[in-house]
Design a protein around this ligand. Structure first.
Ligand code: PMP
Length: 367
């Protein structure tokens, strides 16, 4: 077997020890005689797996006691509807538009409430978004039920390195973040974030699990049309077991959290993520114009690094020659083209080093 370095944006690479453990326990979990996929979600065994998973997650992200952690399904795109169904009260909500995913969120919210655009980087040089709108320039609506932003734009490669403090902008609206593509890659400042949500399939585990963190005082205002299985209060009151949760994905997420704790936790992994991203951006910026990344320095994503060769005809041969040496899934998202390397928690430094070597050799042979 030869494991590739997998730069997929998601579903994405998982830590090898996690995959090995899941494989070893596949047929018989801890002497129970059955595998995790085959267990009742209400049984003692899965209860143990679930409790450990949630406790680990709370510990890793220092989730305050007055926040519920919900294990849901439907992905971040479903949350774009579930969120206004639960929290908008049918009134005004504010959206900050910074790229593909935040635009989708606003469009979906508009089906359920008065979704307004508080800020946008739309006027950035097309087709690439280069910067994030400065919080001081946001036009926040008085009395908005919440303000929504995407804290890491996976396609455009833009990241809020610091989550804005709405109170400093004179607003007491709860801040909601779609943190799908950098969840658990760095700490979350809960004093500024009321709700955070994200799909698991980047830093957390297999697709099929969506994590929602919600401050308790926001619960209990779902619109009548909100499906019960998507009503945060119902999900919370039933310990995420109102309906059958994605048990296998939760189990693997728990293994990933154990692995993350062994790596020294979220602060330690953040330092490594900073190091990996710095190495990759330095290779792009230091290529003498052979490669470029269009994003301003202050808002470049540490997780998703889009880059472009000076001649777009080089993208296909780059992807092909990289794959030949075990560096896979480097094609850019179809909406922007080019190349993209996603370097989530589970991507080792050696993977980024191998990519940088390939970029340098490719540039030398196509210069
Ligand atoms: N938001 C962000 C930031 C994402 O990266 C993604 C997936 N790439 C989504 C939303 C959509 O997630 P899902 O496909 O799980 O609904």
């Amino acid at each position: 077997m030869r494991r590739a370095f997998n730069f997929s944006a998601g579903p994405a690479t998982l830590p090898v020890p996690v995959l090995e453990r899941a494989a070893a326990e596949m047929l018989d979990w801890h002497g129970s005689g059955i595998g995790v996929m085959e267990m009742s979600h209400r049984g003692r065994e899965f209860g143990e797996i679930f409790e450990r998973c949630e406790a680990r997650l709370r510990e890793l992200l220092a989730v305050p006691a007055n926040y519920k952690v919900l294990f849901m399904q439907g992905g971040a795109l479903a949350e774009n509807a579930i969120l206004p169904l639960n929290l908008s009260r049918g009134g005004v909500v504010d959206h900050v538009l910074t790229g593909s995913w935040s635009k989708k969120s606003a469009k979906e919210a508009a089906r359920y409430c008065d979704a307004r655009v508080a800020a946008s980087n739309e006027l950035d040089t097309a087709p690439h978004h280069r910067s994030l709108p400065v919080p001081a320039s946001w036009r926040l609506s008085p009395g908005a039920s919440y303000v929504h932003l995407c804290s890491n734009e996976t396609i455009d490669g833009l990241e809020f390195h610091e989550v804005p403090d709405l109170r400093a902008l004179g607003s007491d609206a709860p801040l909601v973040i779609d943190c799908s593509s950098h969840l658990a890659s760095r700490p979350i400042d809960w004093s500024r974030v009321a709700v955070a949500y994200g799909g698991a399939q980047k830093n957390i585990g297999p697709a099929g699990l969506t994590l929602v963190f919600v401050r308790e005082d926001l619960l209990g205002h779902a619109l009548a049309a909100c499906p019960s299985a998507f009503d945060y209060s119902v999900v919370a009151a039933n310990g995420s077991m109102y309906n059958t949760p994605p048990t296998w994905a939760i189990y693997v997420a728990g293994l990933v959290f154990d692995w993350l704790a062994e790596q020294g936790g979220v602060e330690a992994i953040e330092r490594r993520n900073i190091e990996k991203a710095a190495l990759l951006y330095a290779a792009i910026d230091g290529s003498g114009g052979f490669y470029r990344n269009p994003v301003d320095l202050g808002c470049r994503s540490r997780m998703n690094v889009p880059f472009f060769a000076h001649d777009e005809r080089l993208h296909a041969p780059f992807v092909e020659s990289a794959a030949a040496r075990g560096l896979v899934q480097l094609k850019g998202h179809k909406s922007v083209g080019g190349l993209r390397a996603s370097i989530y928690n589970a991507m080792p430094l050696e993977g980024v080093q191998a990519l940088v070597s390939h970029m340098q050799e490719f540039a030398a042979s196509h210069g």
